[in-house]
Structures are given as C-alpha cells and as structure tokens.
Design a protein around this ligand. Structure first.
Ligand code: ADP
Length: 275
C-alpha cells in the first residue's frame, strides 16, 4: 500500500555556495502510514525542524522528494499552498502568531482560506476548539486575555480546524507547567484517536514521546539515525546516549507498558511512584 507520507533521498543544505553552507538534512528515506503517531527526537541542530518544514512544503528540498499519498508535493509548485492545508504545522510557541480580535476568528483563519462555506468554517472552528478543550465562553474573548496554556490551545485549534491529513507539532508543550503539559498531550492523543489522522510530534521530552508515539524517528547530525517502534527505539538507550539523548529509566518502562496496551494513566501513576 502507498504510504501517506514518504521521503526519498531527502536533502537540504542552507546557504549553498556560501562560506556558511550547512547540510541540515542528508539522504532521509522514510515512510509513514495513515493514522500513525510518530515521535521525532534528536539533539538541537540535528535537523528536525528542517525535516518537518520540508514535509509540509514550507521549504523546498535541495534534492530528493517528499511524497504525499504517492505524489511529489512539488510536482506543481504553484499548488504548494494546498499542501500546507493537508500537512498542517504547529510551530514552537504558536501563540505568538495570534492576531485576530476574538479567539473564534483566530481559529477560523485557516479554514477561511480553503473555499468553505461560512457554516462549514464555523463548524470546523467549534469542533477544533472542542478537541483542544477550549470552553465555549472563551470563543468571543480576545486571544490576548487568555492564559499561556489557553493561547497555545487556540493556536493548535487553528491548525486542527483545517482538518489536515497530517498534523505536525513542534514542541507543543514547551514552556507549559507539568499539569498543563499532561492535559495538552492527552488532548492531542484523544484528537488523534477520534480523527484517525497522522500526527508527528517533535519533542525533546523522551517521556512525552514514550507516552504517545507508536514509532519514533531519531535524527542525528542531519541523518535519520533510527526509525522504529517506540519500545524498540527506547530499548537502545546506549546508542541514544552516544548521540546526546539521555533516556530516563521510567521512560523505557513507560514505552514498554504502552506497547503492551496499558493506558497512559498507568504510566503516569508509575512515574509518580518512581519519582
Ligand atoms: P533542530 O530542529 O534539530 O534543532 P535544525 O533543522 O533547526 O535542527 O538545524 C539543523 C542544522 O541547520 C543546524 O546546524 C542549524 O544550525 C542549521 N540551520 C538551521 N536553520 C538555518 C538557517 N536558516 N541558516 C543556516 N543554517 C541553519
């Protein structure tokens, strides 16, 4: 079966031909299926951001291909905007990009550019707000009146409202307190379960990734180092440590529990018990 998302010998080099030339992604070949939840890890500068920006067509590969449902996303460069609706991206600290008068209008911004009817736009915005746990009474407020965690939810809802086939989240829990982080992660996982789409979560938190991902993609020095089932990746702790990724013991246990079908709550209780 054709994978939903695939890369073939994908490469990206910044500043080609300048003294600052930097190979950020080299020869990445990967296949991701419909409905998978993928964790993306790697030390700072390993190439994660560059990779995900190529997956949604924000930057064009220096060489190689990104295929969505079997078609090169750059086949018709003029249609690349449409790809960004299908592969939605939530950037780090996305709340910095809120600008509309009300939360409801902000969430509608993406769908409004998709040729939908007013009714469809509103429905999508309501559903998206619901997915991320934003209560109805917040919708008419200004995004600037909200707390940090609420703003983050508004920004994520704005991308979910476009109903992307692939949702990419870059460090969605960065800067939130542990309780806010747990709630947001479980909202993302329940959205993924209900919608059944493909999700890529970039995170420096091994623990978050172990909790939610089916498979984990590990970037190291611009290369794809590993791409395997979560429990398999976290069982290679010495290999991960050799590339600067510390895997806490509890993370390994959590990924094993999850792999055997135990609910996330069991993992959380375990984490608290282990400390
Ligand atoms: P990560 O997301 O894993 O931190 P990045 O994809 O941001 O990694 O960076 C990969 C490499 O590319 C790093 O060496 C980084 O310094 C370099 N890089 C990233 N963005 C730029 C840019 N705009 N210009 C030049 N080099 C860049």
């Amino acid at each position: 079966m054709t994978p939903l998302l695939e890369t073939k010998d994908l490469c990206y080099t910044y500043g080609v031909g300048t003294p600052f030339e930097k190979k950020a992604v080299q020869n990445v070949n990967l296949q991701i299926g419909q409905g998978e939840f993928i964790g993306v890890i790697g030390h700072t500068g390993s190439g994660k951001s560059t990779l995900i920006q190529m997956l949604n067509g924000l930057i064009r590969p220096t060489s190689g291909q990104v295929l969505l449902a079997g078609r090169d996303i750059w086949e018709e460069p003029k249609k690349i905007r449409a790809i960004r609706f299908k592969v939605g991206m939530v950037f780090q600290y996305p709340e910095d990009q809120l600008f509309e008068e009300t939360v409801f209008k902000d969430i509608q911004f993406g769908p409004r550019n998709m040729g939908l009817t007013e009714g469809e736009i509103e429905q999508r915005a309501r559903d998206a707000a619901n997915f991320v746990g934003l209560p109805e009474n917040l919708l008419e407020k200004s995004p600037f009146e909200l707390s940090g965690g609420e703003k983050r939810r508004v920004a994520i809802a704005g991308v979910i409202a476009m109903d992307p086939d692939v949702l990419i989240l870059d460090e969605p829990t960065a800067g939130l307190d542990p309780a806010g982080r747990d709630v947001l992660l479980s909202e993302i996982t329940s959205y993924h379960k209900k919608r059944g789409n493909t999700v890529l979560l970039v995170s420096h938190s091994m623990e978050d990734v172990a909790r939610v991902a089916d498979r984990v993609l590990v970037m190291n020095s611009s290369h794809l180092q590993m791409f395997d089932k979560t429990e398999e990746v976290f069982s290679h702790s010495s290999e991960l440590e050799s590339i600067g990724l510390q895997v806490p013991q509890v993370t390994k246990i959590m990924s094993l529990l999850k792999a055997h079908g135990y609910p996330v709550e069991t993992c959380l209780t375990l984490e608290q018990a282990v400390g």
